[in-house]
Write a protein of this length. Structure first.
Length: 312
């Protein structure tokens, strides 16, 4: 059994969904916790910087028949400021908005990657059901409810829809991403940055982006999420003109060929500009995760620069 099959078996077992409400195929499955379909699939292998990589995508249907206008891009860029482990992404065909996350799988990292993928999957599902009605009104669309191909429309929700309560309980205490762990990141080798420093519970680093215009990587374990409590806030700020459509372009391209985990969203902040942001709740902590996130944010910086400035 290869690691892709192991990862998919792990996710289906830990999410504890009933087999009759799922459709399983090779390297992918779709399931219905209630009326919204959540699909998980793994892409064919490809080589990135000499390493064979496969991307595991997690996507939950949310809205359909949404007008694809400038106001839609602005709303997406704004709500993605509050991303945890998924992004709200527009799919222009059919006027859809979905929730999407992904992790990069290799033969070396798959055990750690599957752990964070499980939390992305669970939180994404819970967020979709909690927010669908309000977002349908805000975006002028309708909820993308669908039926299982043989079982029909599910009437009784799966208990996993209420999984958010577990995250809230685990987030009541201090962040498991400790001051010492954050401080040790400054000494990472190989260094993914030009310059890095840390203060209490925070890491700040400059990454190469353009001449005299570095990108900014930030980790902050002191931030408390309004719904999830303690954890780790991650940010990657790019030195480019803030643009709602660019944020959508970056989120949409994460669906195609990302070079790193997408555990958060590209967004536009009025004060800080264009950035990728995410929040890892306390319940998702595993040893080594903060180190992995630093390298993935660094790779995401290189990926975004190549996408936005292909001739550079």
């Amino acid at each position: 059994m290869d690691f892709v099959e192991e990862v998919l078996k792990f996710l289906t077992a830990r999410m504890q969904f009933e087999a009759e409400w799922a459709v399983q195929e090779q390297n992918c499955f779709t399931w219905w916790a209630h009326t919204l379909a959540q699909r998980v699939w793994v892409t064919p292998p490809r080589e990135v910087q000499g390493v064979e990589l496969r991307t595991l995508h997690i996507q939950t249907d949310l809205l359909i028949d949404v007008p694809m206008t400038t106001s839609t891009w602005a709303r997406l860029a704004a709500i993605n400021r509050f991303a945890t482990l998924s992004a709200y992404v527009a799919e222009t065909a059919g006027g859809r908005i979905n929730l999407h996350a992904s992790v990069s799988l290799t033969s070396e990292n798959w055990l750690l990657a599957r752990a964070i993928a499980l939390h992305a999957m669970a939180l994404q599902m819970a967020d979709a059901y909690a927010e669908a009605t309000e977002l349908a009104t805000a975006f002028g669309g309708r909820i993308n409810a669908t039926a299982h191909p043989s079982q029909g429309m599910r009437e009784t929700p799966d208990e996993m829809i209420d999984v958010i309560e577990i995250y809230q309980q685990r987030g009541e205490g201090d962040s498991p991403f400790t001051e010492d762990e954050i401080a040790e990141l400054v000494h990472l080798e190989p260094r993914p940055w030009a310059l890095a420093s840390n203060e209490l519970h925070t890491l700040n680093a400059d990454l190469d982006f353009a001449d005299d215009m570095p990108a900014r990587l930030e980790l902050d374990a002191a931030v408390r999420h309004p719904a999830l409590g303690s954890g780790l806030q991650t940010r990657l700020l790019l030195p480019v003109e803030p643009d709602d459509l660019i944020a959508q372009k970056l989120n949409a391209n994460e669906l195609l060929e990302p070079d790193a985990h997408q555990l958060g969203a590209w967004c536009v902040d009025e004060e800080r500009g264009l950035m990728f942001t995410g929040f890892v709740p306390a319940a998702a902590f595993v040893p080594g995760l903060s180190r992995a996130l630093v390298y993935h944010l660094s790779a995401k910086n290189d990926w975004a620069r190549a996408l936005l400035f292909p001739a550079a």
